[in-house]
Design a protein around this ligand. Structure first.
Ligand code: GDP
Length: 288
């Protein structure tokens, strides 16, 4: 059992049905999250706080100098964040446009977050999972080699813009560095960059180039560990430990907490949405 204080929110899960009624009326909590809240405690923790499951092993293994959980919102905050990602007549979530160069990018006043990662890291799948409550949104997936990939802009209500950047490494567009570097360096409303790393293989050479870019431009960025359903707990633990240590010792701008996710089981997706709602200034949580 997790130590007291390590499971913020989850300890209050049994208060949720009453709380949910209030949250639903005011924040259009999705039916889907209402279902999540009915899960047995262990399953709920695994789905909503995947790092939590690994935490007691991490603490044993790594001593106390790693910052494991910096963002730990309550379930109530996570339920509220779902509202931002739920498409309604008043909260339109839609694909806006694509651009090959920054000067073709739409001029948008809202805070922006972008997602970058190697081709095949699971970026499109993750963005689809984030938009699962906006099923009309089409996340363009281009698998054709040589097909020019662009930056795709998605409007999330009046709250923020989410940008899907072209994948790097294998099948990267020729002008990838120019396109991405210029965007990362010059986009004024860019609040956070989400750098995706495949949990099966960990940080690869190509990822280091993206990490160096983020560090060089002093960008605040976050590492998201994808496809966690594909790894055994032992393998995942090893990757989480390695990457947490890497973040701790080699980075300045990287958020100290890793976000493990699966686009198949939806593990970690709700927490990531809550983090995005929080860092774009739309949801004040006491989780940071
Ligand atoms: P992208 O090139 O980064 O956009 O990657 P995709 O989202 O197209 O995913 C690449 C491959 O990984 C596809 O075959 C996906 O079905 C698979 N994939 C993506 N995310 C996950 C995940 O969370 N779990 C599993 N098991 N497979 C995934």
């Amino acid at each position: 059992m997790a130590a007291p204080g390590l499971l913020p929110g989850v300890g209050r899960v049994y208060e949720i049905p009453a709380m949910l009624g209030r949250v639903s009326r005011h924040h259009s909590t999705s039916h889907a999250f209402a279902e999540v809240l009915r899960l047995p405690k262990r399953q709920l923790t695994k789905l909503v706080f995947p790092l939590q499951e690994l935490e007691r092993y991490l603490l044993q293994d790594s001593g106390s100098d790693l910052h494991l959980k910096t963002f730990h919102p309550s379930l109530e905050d996570i339920a509220r964040a779902e509202g931002f990602f739920t498409a309604t007549a008043r909260n339109r979530i839609e694909y806006l446009s694509s651009a090959e160069r920054l000067d073709h990018a739409p001029d948008l006043p809202r805070p922006e977050v972008c997602f970058i990662g190697r081709s095949n890291v699971g970026k499109s799948s993750l963005i689809k999972a984030l938009f699962s409550l906006a099923p009309e949104v089409e996340v363009r997936v281009s698998k054709k080699p040589g097909h020019t990939k662009k930056m795709n802009f998605f409007k999330v209500g009046r709250y923020f813009t989410l940008v899907d950047m072209p994948g790097y490494g294998y099948r990267a567009p020729e002008d990838f560095v120019d396109m991405v570097e210029t965007y990362l360096k010059e986009r004024k409303n860019l609040m956070r960059t989400f750098l995706l790393v495949d949990s099966v293989v960990g940080i690869q050479k190509a990822d280091n180039i993206a990490i160096e870019m983020c560090e060089e431009f002093a960008l605040p960025y976050v590492m998201v560990l994808t496809k966690i359903d594909k790894s055994s707990k032992g393998h995942l633990l090893k990757q989480v430990l390695q990457i947490q240590k890497f973040i701790d010792t080699n980075t300045q701008g990287c958020f100290p907490q890793l976000f493990p996710v699966s686009a198949v089981t939806y593990s970690g997706i709700h927490l990531l949405k809550c983090f995005i709602a929080n860092i774009t200034g739309n949801l004040k949580t006491n989780g940071t």
